[in-house]
Design a protein around this ligand. Structure first.
Ligand SMILES: [Zn+2]
Length: 155
């Protein structure tokens, strides 16, 4: 696995981390030699989310997210995004290779952002909420219910 993917997967919640690494390894192995899949985002801190949410609202730029801090599963390390690179170029086509990645991730319990309603459709996104929703998770976060020594909510 490439270092960027591994570094990003290593930011995931401990409950998800190893499953995601194993699934990612399996997915990369299922790709043809000219296709690389790269995890480009794992954990997104609350501060990073605040900055992204401001973009296009109270800060310059275009709106890039509908999720304020605490409303994204990335904020809890329970989501990750990937890019597909075919013949050295970013490939946004949700074709057979992409769907092979989706199938492997779903088999490992991930929900795919491509199954979200059109307004929030997000083909590069996977998440596993472990039965929670962001409101539960935010309440745990705000109560300081973390795995000891970490900033991951204790679920
Ligand atoms: Zn995402």
């Amino acid at each position: 696995m490439d270092n960027r993917s591994l570094n990003n997967l290593n930011t995931l919640h401990p409950k998800l981390r190893q499953t995601a690494i194993d699934a990612w390894t399996e997915a990369q192995a299922a790709m043809p030699a000219n296709v690389q899949i790269i995890v480009i985002q794992g954990l997104r801190t609350f501060a990073e989310s605040d900055a992204l949410y401001a973009q296009g609202r109270t800060a310059p730029g275009q709106i890039v997210t509908n999720a304020a801090a605490g409303q994204s599963y990335h904020n809890y390390g329970l989501a990750f995004d990937f890019a597909m690179v075919t013949n050295g170029k970013n490939d946004y086509i949700v074709g057979p290779n992409w769907m092979k990645v989706v199938a492997i991730m779903k088999a490992q319990g991930m929900t795919w952002g491509g199954d979200f309603p059109p307004s929030i459709y997000d083909a590069p996104h996977f998440e596993n909420k472990f039965g929670h929703n962001w409101r539960d998770l935010l309440a745990l976060h705000n109560a300081g219910t973390f795995i000891p020594g970490t900033s991951y909510v204790d679920i």
